[in-house]
Design a protein around this ligand. Structure first.
Ligand code: ACO
Length: 198
């Protein structure tokens, strides 16, 4: 497997891939100042990277994952930490990272290239679109919808039946009790829009 990204998020992703028995054949990063990550040297040769088919985008930034997914790779495995507790009735896309301690309950749908981060929980019937990041310890109640590219901040709580708009950002610790518009940045309890990030 070839990994794109050599930052903090990539460290967690690489350790899950190692746990699952993947051989990390190469790590690539756009930042030429980054020379290595964990025990792996980092290449910046994207002519070489573009030839590889089995890639994982270990990029914490949702927009970067989207951009790179349009340029590289063909096969995108999911990397799921063995400690995650996941319903057998999940509809899971590709290229997703599911970290340690995650709980995903019945009838959840997850698109492609999402991050379901450490100890977050997705309850029944949640729908998570592509390029979403559910940060550590975030809790989504039943039937929450998260549209493309949104980030749910660390420790945020989302009430049942709420929809989070595309590319919206929910602040750390926010409590969301009503629908959030596309591109809104929402903080606090109850969550209020403070700005938009187009
Ligand atoms: C493994 C990992 O590390 S995964 C990463 C997990 N990280 C996160 O979840 C981070 C989530 N990000 C946040 O909470 C950020 O503070 C954001 C995105 C909500 C806002 O960040 P910025 O766009 O830089 O806005 P900024 O810091 O200027 O804040 C705007 C206002 O909102 C307030 N604010 C920002 N974040 C929060 C928050 N989480 N809760 C309450 N108020 C907040 C600020 O105090 C500021 O208020 P003011 O205008 O009265 O001074």
């Amino acid at each position: 497997m070839y990994i794109l990204g050599a930052g903090g998020h990539a460290k967690v992703v690489i350790e899950i891939a190692e746990l699952l028995g993947y051989e990390i054949a190469g790590v690539f990063d756009h930042n030429k100042d980054v020379k290595d990550v964990l025990n792996y040297s980092v290449s910046h040769d994207f002519d070489v990277f573009s030839k590889h088919k089995n890639v994982f985008f270990a990029l914490g930034n949702n927009r970067n994952r989207k951009k790179n997914s349009e340029s590289f790779g063909i096969n995108y495995p999911n990397l799921i930490h063995p400690s995650a507790i996941i319903t057998k009735r999940i509809d899971l896309g590709r290229g997703n990272a599911v970290m340690a301690g995650v709980v995903i309950n019945s009838s959840v749908r997850i698109g492609d290239f999402c991050i379901i981060n450490t100890s977050s929980s997705l309850d029944h019937d949640c729908e998570i679109e592509d390029f979403v990041h559910i940060s550590p310890k975030a809790a989504l109640a039943g039937n929450v919808k998260v549209k493309e590219g949104a980030q749910i901040g660390i420790g945020a709580c989302i009430k049942q039946n709420v929809t989070i708009g595309k590319w919206a950002v929910i602040g750390a610790g926010a409590v969301i009790i009503e629908d959030v518009p596309d591109y809104a940045v929402v903080v606090g309890n109850p969550g209020k829009v403070v700005k938009y990030c187009y």
